[in-house]
Design a protein around this ligand. Structure first.
Ligand SMILES: [Zn+2]
Length: 694
């Protein structure tokens, strides 16, 4: 009965516009006809194979696998613990995500549990599981996914609608309020289904996504007045473009672009579809994207939106769109991003145009450490946006941000063993400074489950797909985006085979050795990303030095390669003090320590008992030396050296100060991502520094 009601509702929505549209023939046949065309084509993490405005194209999922070192270790934890453990949670009664689909399908009694976007988070876990399967080919994973997909298919309404909280509840109509996140759920459905199709060749999941996308097209393409402010938490733009790439059905690209075009074209005031959630800059609807000059609002919403717009640009090549994305990238990266690559400075605040903001961007250079919000999802979205910008432009500065997030504010979202999660990722923790009882997503330590479960599967799917980010295909060659021990077995864009092996203990060591195992006889390019921080990097090919190696650029080596050729790259891993822009008041006269891409912090566990983190100082003449400790915190390089601990305490709001007294203490700093794995304590990335004026 409920299903029939929804079908009628969708029909009414369409017909009241006076432009009732029947699903096109192409659409109703798309799941069979177009797939036959598609299955042998691109299987990239983002399928750029036919995208006309892309400089670097994705390698196929499964072409690269981590074999040794840092990312191999993390990926193994993802395979053995993160993904299966999360599956147990989400399929069980605590996570309840699978239960929701079973209830919606009529296979189980019960109520919906979890937030409106819980379906989307379940799809993210399915996507993660698919990436693991792409590498290990464990058929149990494929079978489990098939079983889940059959339940999802039964939960989907006849007309294609699919969002379990609304299907299960009797009191809410579909698309009556944008905070119900139906488009977010659809976006993750489409992305996960496209990835599943690429990896398995099956269409069972894809058919569900197509049916849902057709429903959305019929609903939104007539541009009904009351739906124009939807497009909330816009993962559907990425999902629709990916579905277009998979099926070649242009309606999906058209709809993706429509979600950009609709935004910011109406009066900003509360209406029936927006009640219960902040409006305006909070959801990037105050200014149309092509005119926007500042990153505003909820940081996850913003960066999903930008990433989706980058996907649309890859297909349309519209200059106004890429100009806006370049502007927004500059604004995020150089005025609103933390040293860890994290974004979204505050839990609550105002935009520069005075709209209420939650979990998002605030003023330029306003970068609190203690109260930094930095949702794990926002940080991950920053790297997703940068992967797309790297692909569009071929500019390795975007690869630097991907690397920064991956090694710092991404990984900090999960415990070393892979079972506990942080939602927010501040740069300082002081005991007693925050009342965690009053907060819903900030915690004194990582949690085994978060009721708002968006971040954990977002991070786990990113670790699971990280090998696919490691390389891209250039016009006539291969680009190395990320460093770490791996094997690549791919084809260049001309179809010629390329096999190579990368050996490295990166990020602890800057030495990278790449051995060509198989390649074509004609000359081609090997592009090596030289991070901006890697001054003094040297490259040798078969022992001969390569000229023109410039930080912040790809080193392009064009030659005829042959099996057995060896490229040796050495990035000097110096420990550096990092200071903030003079306008970041929160870090005036403080520094962070960074070695290669890894940002460090100091934690209570490495201080004398009872030491306040705010009493820790650095001195410019006290040096730190790196020390690799294979059995500490999963294998990390610590920075060992002396710090200063201030002994005289003041508690007044303002106090007269004379020469403070310090004690020298030998300890180590640890990588920021590994903090809070040794019980509760205090932590700080930025520390005040006493400069020796010699
Ligand atoms: Zn999240």
């Amino acid at each position: 009965m409920k299903k029939l009601l929804f079908a009628l509702l969708a029909f009414q929505v369409i017909s009241c516009t006076g432009e009732k549209k029947e699903p096109s023939v192409a659409s109703s046949h798309s799941s069979t006809e177009t797939l036959a065309l598609n299955l042998d084509e691109g299987k990239g993490i983002v399928n750029y194979s036919d995208s006309p405005h892309v400089a670097l194209k994705s390698i196929d999922i499964g072409d690269c696998r981590w074999t040794e070192g840092f990312w191999a270790d993390k990926w193994k934890i993802a395979e053995e613990t993160m993904v299966p453990h999360m599956g147990e949670i989400l399929k069980g009664d605590i996570g309840h995500a699978y239960n929701n689909f079973k209830i919606a399908a009529g296979l189980k009694e019960g109520e919906h549990k979890g937030f409106w976007w819980h379906d989307g988070d379940f799809y993210k876990w399915m996507e993660a599981s698919t990436y693991i399967y792409a590498v290990n080919k464990d058929e149990k994973i494929a079978e489990e996914l098939d079983e889940i997909i059959s339940v999802i298919a039964q939960a989907q309404l006849e007309n294609g609608y699919l969002s379990t909280p609304i299907i299960i509840r009797d009191d809410i109509e579909p698309f009556s309020n944008r905070r119900y996140h139906e488009l977010y759920n659809s976006g993750h459905l489409m992305t996960a289904a496209c990835i599943h199709n690429r990896v398995t060749g099956k269409t069972n999941f894809l058919d569900i996504a197509i049916k849902n996308a057709d429903y959305l097209y019929n609903l939104f393409s007539p541009k009904p007045e009351h739906l124009k402010r939807f497009g909330f938490n816009q993962t559907q733009i990425m999902g629709l473009v990916e579905l277009y790439r998979t099926t070649k059905d242009k309606r999906y690209l058209e709809l993706a672009e429509q979600f950009i075009n609709m935004r910011g074209t109406y009066k900003i005031e509360d209406d029936e579809t927006t009640k219960g959630y902040p409006i305006g800059d909070m959801v990037q609807e105050r200014v149309p994207l092509r005119e926007e000059t500042e990153a505003v609002g909820h940081a996850v919403l913003a960066l999903y939106y930008y990433a989706g717009a980058a996907d649309v640009y890859a297909e349309t090549g519209e200059k106004a769109l890429i100009d806006a994305l370049d502007r927004l990238w500059e604004n995020v990266t150089h005025k609103k991003m933390y040293v860890t690559g994290a974004v979204g400075q505050t839990h609550y605040g105002r935009s520069s145009r005075l709209d209420k903001i939650e979990e998002g961007f605030i003023d330029e250079y306003m970068m609190p450490n203690l109260t930094a919000y930095n949702e794990t999802c926002a940080n991950i979205c920053n790297s997703m946006f940068n992967y797309r910008m790297l692909s569009l432009s071929g500019d390795p500065k975007h690869g630097d941000i991907m690397e920064l997030v991956l090694h710092n504010s991404g990984l900090s979202g999960i415990s070393l063993e892979g079972t506990h999660y942080y939602y927010s990722n501040p740069l300082r923790k002081i005991d007693g400074a925050l009342d965690y009882e009053k907060m819903n997503v900030e915690f004194p330590e990582r949690q085994p489950y978060l009721e708002c479960f968006c971040c954990p599967p977002n991070l786990v799917r990113t670790i699971a797909k990280s090998p696919s980010w490691a390389y891209s295909k250039s016009q006539n060659g291969i680009a190395v985006n990320l460093y770490g021990g791996n094997e690549l077995n791919t084809e260049l864009l001309d179809g010629s085979p390329l096999k190579l092996r990368q050996q490295s203990n990166y990020p602890w060591d800057g030495a990278v050795k790449i051995t060509i195992n198989e390649c074509k006889g004609d000359a081609f390019d090997l592009l090596l990303r030289i991070p901006q921080w890697a001054k003094g990097t040297t490259i040798k090919v078969n022992g001969e030095a390569v000229e023109n190696v410039t930080p912040g650029q790809f080193a392009k080596i064009n030659r005829k390669w042959s099996a057995g050729d060896v490229i040796e790259m050495d990035m000097p891993m110096e420990t550096k003090f990092i200071e903030g822009h003079p306008r970041i008041e929160e870090v005036r006269n403080q520094v962070a320590l960074k070695r290669g891409p890894v940002v460090y912090c100091i934690e209570s566990a490495d201080l004398p008992k009872g030491t306040d983190i705010t009493d820790v100082y650095l001195s410019s003449d006290l040096k730190f030396s790196p020390s690799y400790k294979p059995d500490f915190l999963g294998g990390v390089t610590t920075l060992d050296g002396d710090i200063l601990i201030r002994n005289d305490k003041t508690n007044g709001m303002y106090s007269v100060v004379e020469q403070p007294k310090f004690t020298t203490y030998s300890t180590h700093l640890i990588p920021y991502y590994a903090w809070s794995n040794r019980g509760q304590g205090e932590m700080s990335v930025f520390l005040p520094i006493i400069w020796n004026r010699q």
